[in-house]
Design a protein around this ligand. Structure first.
Ligand SMILES: [Zn+2]
Length: 289
């Protein structure tokens, strides 16, 4: 039998990196509350540098959703991201889930992140990704705030029922909400089983590698895409600190499969053409409002 999934998959797809520390992950917030962050070992610069090296080797580009908290402390890293031709976008400032803050705090977080990223880089920032995909796709008022602050697109929806994401029931295709173009992370719709996850994060680490290739190939075959894939710098860092007394579910979600990621990513980068979101979706290059 010929395995069609091994051949190169057509199209240009969007690679996205959420640039944050291991201790920013929402799954670990019980162990690493915000007041502890400045005392913890920073690993984001080295881990992101490894990701950027892998992308450079493969000739691939990405959209980097950088957390404002990180940009403030690692401006050289932000400038490297831009200098190497990647798209700079915003992951907000403090990584609080959208549903956990009021609208004024959400607006302030969005403004602060955009200002820091633009000051440090000298380039306009138009894209946003909510922490932990916590933006509810039905929450039009939050999209209106994004537009008001000057973001023109968002990739904050991961429409998977099996998760705790706010967007579990969300649409799988891009659409415009309150003037903001929302581009969901890739999922494979499977009828009564809902949308199946595959395009990054723990799904990429824990599920069989063959599933990633197969799902991407099926979406392309169905005429879907460009598809959005996501990863974090801490996902190629098996040696990151681990808090004591982790429950098995949290352990699996954050630490499961970390040792596999670098080799899987190398193969993924060869599987198709990966590029920035604003090139995979050229309409995003429109000027900010
Ligand atoms: Zn994040």
């Amino acid at each position: 039998m010929i395995d069609r999934t091994i051949s190169r998959i057509s199209g240009v797809h969007a690679l996205t990196l959420d640039i944050e520390e291991y201790f920013h992950a929402h799954a670990l917030c019980r162990w690493y509350p915000p007041e502890s962050w400045t005392r913890l070992e920073s690993r984001v610069v080295d881990n992101t540098a490894r990701l950027l090296d892998l992308l450079a080797e493969a000739g691939a580009h990405a959209t980097c959703f950088v957390l404002g908290w990180v940009a403030e402390r690692a401006p050289v890293l932000v400038r490297r991201i831009v200098a190497e031709g990647h798209e700079l976008a915003s992951h907000g400032y403090g990584h609080a889930p959208v549903w956990a803050v009021d609208r004024a705090a959400f607006r302030a977080d969005l403004r602060r992140a955009k200002a820091i990223l633009e000051d440090v880089s000298g380039v306009a920032v138009r894209g946003y990704r909510a922490p932990s995909f916590s933006l509810d796709p039905a929450d039009r008022r939050s999209y209106a705030v994004l537009a008001e602050v000057g973001y023109t697109y968002s990739s904050s929806v991961h429409p998977v029922k099996l998760s705790t994401y706010a967007s579990a029931q969300g649409p799988i295709r891009p659409r415009t909400v309150e003037g903001v173009f929302e581009i969901p992370v890739g999922t494979l719709p499977a009828g009564p089983f809902g949308n199946l996850p595959w395009a990054g994060g723990a799904w990429f680490r824990l599920l069989p590698e063959r599933w990633t290739r197969w799902a991407l190939a099926r979406l392309v075959e169905r005429g879907e895409g460009p598809v959005v894939f996501y990863l974090h710098p801490w996902e190629i860092d098996p040696d990151q600190p681990r808090p004591p007394r982790l429950d098995p579910a949290t352990w699996l979600r954050h630490y499961g499969g970390l040792r596999r990621v670098e080799s899987r990513l190398r193969r993924l980068l060869r599987l198709t053409r990966w590029d920035r979101l604003d090139r995979a979706y050229p309409d995003l290059a429109a000027p900010a409002r």
